[in-house]
Design a binder for this molecule. Structure first.
Ligand SMILES: O=c1ccn([C@@H]2O[C@H](COP(=O)(O)OP(=O)(O)O[C@H]3O[C@H](CO)[C@@H](O)[C@H](O)[C@H]3O)[C@@H](O)[C@H]2O)c(=O)[nH]1
Length: 465
């Protein structure tokens, strides 16, 4: 076994463990990259399953790999010859069962290959076992939460919520979570499934519950948000966790290289009027059922709004007959867009979204109001904040996409006084986000602190003016 050293600057070795599903691993990789840029004398090992690593580093991606980062593939937990039974979240369940052991093996390999003992452990917050691992290795545990402050707060308070409201429909679904600081507008119905309703034994429910209990042991919990967005929740979590650092919006704190625009979305947007186009995307996991795709298509066609729709190729068969041909002068339907650049383009007037956290942050950075159709997990919570707390968007009626419902929302955004107010509100948040990530802004300072905590070196330079 190669010799290892721990004390010297050159001996620093930060191990990063990624959760390979949804949009978790890619943002953690961007942060790792940014930390590596700031600390040239520290080695980073990024551990993730092969499939997710491949997608992060695909030829199409804009990810650059700093020379001080080594990427390792760990086992995905799927035994050889395993026949999938088609259970929901089966791949996640298999992965999580194997994760503590596969990551341990991965860490041993990284230590052996680099000759450097681990000096800090950074993990997706879902990995509650990070606390034990870090304790064994006698290093700090830094936990990265990929979603919003409101959702981590809900996981932190799960036991209190269950005690107060009971489980399985004991509380009315429109009762509000007054007991939690900053959540007076949040209702029971907005909670992710597996807290008071749904399958409390599911892999996600168990994982999130354990995480909520264990995160107090983390040296630092950090996330993609900025303090000014949710000051009450932030201040509450500051008092609960050892350190709670909002370091976002990521796309301002660590601006990525432009994503390849394979379908010419940005050129198309150049020809559109300011704030006139609807951008539609439901992220990387959620898929609206076929009848909702039809309803949305009918609403777009009938309202004559110009649009860019990010829709996976195999889902196009669900669109109404002749829709693509009839609307080709008004819109484009493409399999993938450079979303951050699209939302930052002045032609975009509204974002029809599932309220995944990255999308919400990118919409705020673009100063674009939202029409929300949340599906699962944190998305209802995020949608509630968008509509009722920040007042920068509107949820579709009854929570599903209907032709009249979407048209009504479009009218609200584009023609009503309320829509004008939402646009002003989101632009004000955009300015707050810019200040937070600018010199001496809260996120700027927090990222500097994170870089110092993880690597104990490096000065963070402002990236936005
Ligand atoms: O055509 C597209 C579509 C999406 N994106 C990007 O994909 C990401 C999507 O992320 P997000 O909005 O967070 O949605 P999901 O991929 O669905 O994210 C999962 O992970 C999030 C973070 O934990 C949760 O908030 C969501 O509920 C969960 O579904 C964003 O960065 C987008 O910019 C593109 O670049 N082009």
């Amino acid at each position: 076994m190669p010799e290892t050293d721990t004390g010297t600057a050159a001996g620093r070795h930060v191990v990063v463990l990624a959760f390979p599903f949804g949009t978790h691993a890619a943002p953690l990789f961007s942060i790792t990259n940014q930390l590596a840029i700031l600390s040239p004398n520290t080695l980073f090992s990024f551990l993730n399953i092969s499939k997710s690593n491949k997608s992060i580093f695909s030829t199409n991606s804009n990810n650059i790999l700093e020379p001080s980062i080594k990427v390792y593939d760990v086992w995905d937990g799927v035994p050889d010859g395993y026949q999938f039974l088609g259970k929901p979240q089966e791949d996640i369940e298999l992965f999580m069962k194997a994760a503590p052991e596969s990551f341990k093996k991965g860490i041993m390999k990284a230590v052996a290959e680099t000759g450097k003992e681990v000096t800090c452990l950074v993990t997706d917050a879902f990995f509650w076992f990070g606390a034990e691992m870090a304790e064994e290795m006698k290093v700090a545990w830094m936990a990265f939460w990929t979603s919003s402050p409101v959702s981590i707060s809900v996981h932190f308070y799960t036991d209190s919520i269950r005690e107060t409201f009971g489980v399985e429909g004991k509380a009315g679904e429109n009762e509000t979570l007054n007991l939690i600081p900053g959540m007076s507008k949040v209702q029971i119905r907005d909670l992710p499934e597996g807290i008071t309703f749904g399958n409390l034994e599911s892999v996600f429910s168990q994982m999130s519950h354990k995480m909520g209990i264990t995160l107090v042991k983390a040296d630092t919990v950090f996330l993609n948000s900025f303090e000014e967005l949710e000051p009450v929740i932030t201040s509450d979590l500051n008092s609960k966790f050892n350190k709670f650092l909002s370091i976002g919006p990521f796309n301002l704190i660590s601006p990525p290289k432009p994503t390849p625009d394979s379908y010419g979305c940005l050129d198309w947007l150049q020809k559109q009027r300011p704030e006139s186009v609807a951008y539609i995307s439901f992220g990387s996991v959620a898929t609206p059922p076929p009848h909702e795709l039809v309803a949305l298509a009918e609403a777009l066609e009938s309202s004559k709004i110009h649009f860019i729709w990010s829709l996976k190729e195999h889902l196009k068969v669900n669109l109404p007959n002749g829709f693509l041909e009839r609307t080709k002068l008004n819109g484009i339907v493409v399999a993938w867009t450079p979303q951050m650049e699209v939302l930052a383009n002045s032609a975009i007037g509204v974002f029809i979204t599932h309220c995944g956290w990255n999308s919400v942050m990118e919409s705020i950075v673009g100063g674009v109001p939202m029409i929300c159709r949340p599906f699962f997990g944190d998305q209802m919570l995020n949608g509630r904040m968008v509509e009722d707390v920040w007042e920068i968007g509107v949820k579709v009626e009854s929570g599903i996409l209907s032709k009249t419902g979407v048209i009504e929302c479009l009218n609200k955004i584009f023609s009503h006084e309320k829509g004008k107010k939402m646009r002003e509100n989101v632009k004000a948040l955009k300015e707050l986000a810019k200040s937070a990530t600018g010199p001496n802004g809260s996120s700027f300072k927090n990222f500097t602190a994170l870089a110092e905590l993880v690597t104990r070196r490096g000065k963070f330079q402002p990236l936005v003016g």
